[in-house]
Design a protein around this ligand. Structure first.
Ligand SMILES: *Cc1c(COP(=O)(O)O)cnc(C)c1O
Length: 409
């Protein structure tokens, strides 16, 4: 099947014949809920009771003073249940699963955040849940695997290929082909075959809708710029969709520069010249791949940004010039994170810290009548293992050794 929505030359739905009926059912159901007031009400109600919606838009007064430039606002998606924007998408798909009468959900996860969110949704809705995760990631992300299992999910380590996210995605599709009658695949970001890019964006657009209202309430005018980090692109599409039609608002997507885009160790698909257009994992977009179409190894200190593809909607918004793409490297992200903690008492996720890093660079050189908004996609205290390592905290290293040696008393 190659129909399905395109965004310029990107997107589509490249799936095996056997899944066509399943996709048609999903597209049908999605089209029904898009304009269904009752569904919207149920969704809003669920998110305001089970999670923390609307999340606050926070005026970062200390950071604003520190840079002495633009006014800095932060959209607090970190205050969602399970600690990031991911729950917006997962709970929406959960309501959809209930309507379709399916009883089982599967998902892929890299860092484990989407796995935890999906397992949480499955526990709440009483669904069977299987999470596919590369064997390497299972090793690296034990705390998240622990919670997925406590929530009742079966975590399947994938031993194919590089044993990371892309292999987990392939395995999830294989499961879906075998179990499509009772199973829904809750894809975690605005990527993959149609209707997923549009559907995930639809659920995440709650971020942008709220932010638009909130900034008008505070300032009675639109922001100059909106910054969001870009892994697959779901939190970025979520906040950007509130401002896409306001042409005067500049939208900035921030990718992982890793060790620097001049090295091969990064995940900058749209902010570097290293990616090329290809078809993989069911859709057409820019991929970090070699000339044979083999996917490259990518690198970022932020696991959630470390992905070879990118939302086809963002690829198109990059080509049309509506969204500008930048890369922030590991070191810059760590520095921005530390500054946000010290100046504001908030702890951005390592992913979100990339958006902070780029926003900080630009805030300095802006005038005080400009307003910038940063989407804080998640909270960093759950990333303590990564962040304490990145900060090279000696006392933390000692603590890890202490635990490893079995001194539990
Ligand atoms: C997963 C994740 C991301 C990256 O995913 P997108 O689909 O690009 O939003 C960014 N921030 C946090 C906190 C995440 O958990």
């Amino acid at each position: 099947m190659q129909k399905g929505k395109y965004y310029g030359k990107f997107g589509g739905c490249y799936i095996p014949e056997i899944l066509v009926a399943t996709f048609e059912e999903l597209i049908d159901e999605f089209n029904k809920i898009k304009n269904d007031k009752q569904f919207q009400e149920d969704y809003q109600n669920l998110m305001s009771t089970f999670s923390c919606r609307p999340t606050p838009l926070y005026f970062a007064e200390n950071l604003t003073k520190h840079f002495n430039g633009a006014k800095i606002y932060i959209k607090r998606e970190d205050l969602n249940h399970t600690g990031s924007h991911k729950l917006n998408n997962v709970m929406g798909q959960g309501l959809l699963i209930k309507r379709m009468g399916k009883t089982r959900v599967i998902a892929e996860t890299g860092a484990g955040q989407h796995g935890v969110a999906t397992a949480t949704m499955a526990a709440k809705f009483g669904l069977d849940c299987t999470i596919y995760m590369g064997e390497v990631d299972v090793m690296r992300q034990r705390p998240n695997v622990f919670w997925m299992e406590q929530l009742g999910a079966t975590v399947v380590p994938v031993c194919e290929g590089s044993r990371t996210l892309k292999d987990a995605i392939n395995e999830a599709f294989r499961d879906w082909v075998a179990n499509m009658d009772d199973t829904h695949y809750a894809l975690g970001t605005a990527c993959g075959p149609a209707p997923f890019p549009e559907m995930v964006t639809f659920f995440q657009s709650i971020i942008g809708k709220e932010t638009h209202k909130q900034i008008i309430n505070f300032e009675n005018k639109l922001p100059t710029k909106v910054f969001a980090c870009v892994g697959g692109g779901s939190n970025a599409m979520g906040i950007f969709s509130g401002f896409l039609d306001d042409k005067e608002v500049e939208l900035v997507g921030v990718e992982a520069g890793g060790n620097g885009i001049e090295t091969a160790q990064h995940a900058a698909r749209l902010a570097s010249d290293d990616a090329s257009i290809g078809i993989a994992q069911g859709y057409k977009t820019y991929f970090l791949q070699n000339s044979d179409g083999q996917m490259n190894e990518t690198h970022s200190v932020a696991a959630g940004l470390d992905y070879v593809g990118v939302s086809p909607i963002l690829s198109n918004l990059s080509e049309t010039g509506r969204v500008r793409f930048e890369a922030i490297n590991d070191e810059e992200a760590i520095e921005a994170l530390s500054l946000a903690v010290k100046k504001e008492g908030i702890v951005p996720a390592m992913e979100s810290a990339h958006a902070f890093g780029q926003a900080f660079k630009e805030a300095k050189n802006s005038s005080s009548d400009e307003i910038i908004i940063i989407n804080q996609s998640g909270r960093g205290d759950k990333d303590i293992f990564t962040i304490a390592d990145a900060f090279k905290d000696e006392k933390w290293e000692k603590f890890i050794k202490f635990k490893a040696e079995g001194y539990n008393a």
